[in-house]
Design a binder for this molecule. Structure first.
Ligand code: ADP
Ligand code: MG
Ligand code: ZN
Length: 322
């Protein structure tokens, strides 16, 4: 029985890649996290994924035949039927790459690929905050801003695999230029690099140019907020408001039971989340918000991994059942 076996799961991000061995019941046995090698381009990144996968299998000490497949959450739009990555805005040199075929050949395992945010949504629905719900929207806040929709326990992909891409919905007309080519996208404001840029802009306006040292990561932003820096705090609150606008739109459009927030940027905590929740209430229909739960991921680092595991487990099971 497939459920007694194990799968390799991967959550690939523009900053971090996590891999684990997951049991059929969603138990995580071996967990590893590394910085994603993506700056040197596509081929180096594929090599990195293959060697990371082999390392995770080795560290698990499981015999190879115990691992029945690999599920991956990958950042950016892709075709789940063919396992082809289109052209992710946050990765250079990727254009119609048949990643599933490449990995199946290298690892000699059946592989299935899902968008990273769809995988996170599926993981939260399977084992996390969304367990027991029938409709859920998961927003991933990291190097980019992604979104995944679960309806009746299934990922909704849309007509051409784009469904859920909330990061590339417009929140500000003629706003900041986005990596996707559009302007004013949510991602340009609420992804880690976007927040950092906006904080640096706000700080530099207040200081003389020669004395200004730009911040380089969001942990420094955390520290400045803790020290009570109002300028930084205002940028975080504004980011919450902008996210709230996007979520109010989606609440009125889809009327989901739950919105789950996942990813490194959610570490900014209440300064981001409270203004976000207020803005959703202010803008969306009362009927849509009364029943809407906005929750932080309950699975910490693991939502995407568990969703990727669930994805390959379901596919393997469908193959074996009559
Ligand atoms: P990805 O999936 O795109 O690789 P992650 O979800 O792993 O991204 O999140 C990584 C991002 O989270 C980093 O870019 C970092 O700026 C941000 N981050 C990490 N820790 C914190 C923190 N304590 N506070 C705010 N942001 C953080
Ligand atoms: Mg991610
Ligand atoms: Zn965009």
């Amino acid at each position: 029985m497939i459920l007694n076996n194990h799968v390799l799961a991967a959550d690939v991000g523009g900053t971090n890649t996590r891999m684990a061995i997951v049991t059929g019941n969603g138990e995580i046995l071996t967990f590893l996290k590394k910085s994603t090698h993506c700056k040197e381009g596509r081929d180096e990144m594929i090599k990195f994924l293959v060697s990371f996968a082999r390392e995770t299998i080795e560290k698990s000490k499981l015999p190879k035949e115990k691992i029945c497949g690999m599920g991956i959450g990958f950042p950016g739009p892709l075709n789940v039927e063919t396992g082809t990555i289109f052209n992710p805005p946050n990765l250079n040199g990727w254009d119609n790459v048949p990643l599933r075929d490449i990995l199946e050949k290298e690892l000699r395992l059946p592989v299935s690929i899902e968008n990273d945010a769809n995988a996170a949504a599926l993981g939260e629905w399977w084992k996390g905050a969304g367990s027991g719900t029938s409709s859920l929207f998961c927003i991933t806040l990291g190097t980019g801003v992604g979104g995944g929709i679960i309806l009746d326990g299934k990922v909704w992909h849309g007509a051409s695999s784009i469904a859920g891409e909330i990061g590339h919905t417009t929140v500000i007309r003629d706003g900041i230029k986005c990596t996707c080519g559009n302007t004013g996208c949510l991602e340009a404001y609420a992804c880690s690099g976007g927040i950092l840029k906006r904080v640096n802009n706000a700080l530099s306006e207040e200081r003389e140019a020669d004395k200004f040292q730009p911040l380089t990561n969001l942990k420094q932003i955390d520290q400045m907020v803790m020290q009570g820096n109002e300028i930084v705090l205002n940028v975080i609150k504004e980011t919450g408001i902008i996210l709230g606008i996007a979520i109010a739109n989606l609440a009125n459009l889809l009327n989901p039971e739950m919105v789950v927030l996942f990813g490194g940027v959610t570490n900014l905590g209440g300064n981001l989340i409270e203004p976000l929740k207020e803005e959703v209430k202010r803008r969306a229909f009362k009927k849509a918000t009364e029943s809407l739960r906005i929750e932080l991921s309950q699975l910490g680092d693991n939502s995407g991994l568990l969703g990727a595991a669930k994805d390959i487990l379901s596919k393997l099971q469908n193959q074996t059942s009559p």
